[in-house]
Design a protein around this ligand. Structure first.
Ligand SMILES: [Zn+2]
Length: 152
């Protein structure tokens, strides 16, 4: 139902399965614990702080700061055609971290840890299966449905 680079990585029968439904509407959802208020992304059905199973979805705006990044020159099988590429971990302002590809709006030679960035969901595919990846772009960049360059 939900793929990451063509590999199924999402079990649709969990309490957080509506995450995919919200993505189809262009909304990125994190979760907030109804018992203690702990916020996280990706959404978690069971609170890592107080173990409560009572949570609500909460839309996140995708803003954050670069936590770390790495450049891949020798790509693993399946990604040879897109190397070199840069993978970025973003610390979201609203809690949680996201792994994404460096987007077209930022330059590898200029990014630094701590820079403000915008995480942008890139989803495509209608029907039962949703394909998703994230890019890390300049603050204010908006999302659109599009396949990644190497899978288009
Ligand atoms: Zn909690």
């Amino acid at each position: 139902m939900f793929s990451w680079f063509g590999k199924v990585s999402f079990v649709p029968y969990t309490k957080v399965s509506d995450f995919a439904v919200h993505l189809k509407d262009g909304r990125i959802m994190g979760s907030v614990c109804n018992a203690c208020g702990y916020q996280t992304f990706p959404p978690r059905a069971d609170c890592p702080e107080c173990m409560s199973g009572d949570f609500s979805f909460r839309e996140i705006d995708g803003r954050g700061k670069i936590y770390t990044f790495t450049r891949t020159e020798a790509a693993p099988t399946g990604f040879e055609d897109v190397a070199p590429y840069t993978i970025v971990v973003v610390e979201l302002d609203q809690g949680g971290r996201v792994l994404g590809w460096l987007g077209d709006t930022l330059d590898f030679d200029r990014i630094r840890i701590g820079d403000p960035v915008q995480v942008v969901p890139r989803i495509w595919g209608e029907g039962a299966e949703i394909r998703l990846y994230f890019t890390v772009d300049r603050p204010g960049t908006t999302w659109h449905k599009a396949p990644p360059p190497h899978l288009g």
